[in-house]
Each structure stands twice: as C-alpha cells, then as structure tokens.
Write a protein that binds this ligand. Structure first.
Ligand SMILES: [Zn+2]
Length: 176
C-alpha cells in the first residue's frame, strides 16, 4: 500500500500550492489594477458632477439595462459606444431641469427620419445637456428654468424599438 505522505505526494502538493500561489498573485495584481481603475472613474464622476452641479432628469435615477442594450455611458453599441446615459421611466413621468442657472434652449430630434420621438436641449453658462425621448413644455422654450423644475414629460421609446426595450430617457452632457 502507498504511504499517503510519500515523497512523491509532497512534491506534487508543493507543485500544486506553488501554482495556486502564482494564480493568487496574478489575481491580486488584476484586482488591484481594477480597483485603481474604479477609483479613477469615481474621481472623474465626482469631478464632473461637481463641475456641472448636475441633477438627474428623473426622480429616481435607475440606469436602463435590457435585452436590447446597456444604458451606461460608454456601453457598446455595435461599432460605436453609447454617448449618453439612459434612465428608466414610466412614459408620462415628469422630466426635470438638470442644470443650475440654465434655460430650455430648443427642441431637438434624435432621428432625422422619425418625428414621433423628440428631445430637449438645456444650457447654462458652461455646459449643455441633451435629453432625448422627452416632450418639452412648449411655453418654457427659450426661458430660464430653476434646477429641479419640470421641463417636460417622458415619451415611450417602444413606439420605435418595440416591447423589448425599457422606456427610458437618454441624457448626453457636454462642456461648452
Ligand atoms: Zn441611450
């Protein structure tokens, strides 16, 4: 009968443990790198938020993720990246002024060949925020609106994309 702690077994065990140690070290290196990346992103986000004094356009901001796509900024869209952030809504929900000291500049259209969905552009001294799938309140166009006030109402993107897409509004932020 083989001795369970024969020299052969000890060598094998040492070999396995060395491999495990190596894997753990690599994992830790990757993990630390990833933590650093997340840390940097958080710094970017907080700086941007600070700079814009930006408030979300919906009451409870939840980012859309559904069968047709991921609504996070930078998420893949075929050969391009998603340039904005998608917030889930119930069609008809109020949409709020995101910028401080801003006005409702104009109505915009996300699709040149499709009139049913519209958007609104809001601007202040330093930045610009485009909100798609929003019916703006007509009377406010060209006027200053305090941050957090209602500027329009959420539309239903399902009229174009079908029932697999969660209704949402799309927000793109730019520094002037
Ligand atoms: Zn979007």
């Amino acid at each position: 009968m083989k001795d369970p702690m024969s020299r052969h077994n000890w060598d094998e065990l040492t070999h396995v443990m060395r491999n495990m140690l190596q894997c753990s070290k690599e994992f830790l290196r990757d993990f630390t790198k990833r933590c650093q990346e997340i840390d940097n992103l958080l710094i970017d986000i907080s700086t941007e938020k600070e700079m814009l004094n930006w408030l979300p356009p919906v009451r409870e901001p939840v980012i859309r993720v559904d069968a047709l796509g991921d609504g996070h900024f930078g998420a893949p869209r075929g050969y391009r990246l998603h340039r904005g952030t998608d917030y889930i809504v119930t069609p008809g929900d109020p949409v709020f002024m995101t910028l401080k000291g801003a006005k409702v500049k104009r109505v915009t259209r996300p699709y040149a060949d499709y009139d049913e969905l519209t958007g609104v552009v809001v601007v202040n001294e330093h930045c610009l925020n485009v909100l798609y799938y929003v019916t703006p309140i007509e009377d406010l166009i060209g006027k200053g609106v305090p941050q957090g006030e209602v500027i329009g109402y959420a539309q239903d993107v399902r009229v174009k994309y079908g029932p697999k897409m969660l209704p949402h509004i799309h927000s793109e932020k730019y520094i002037k």
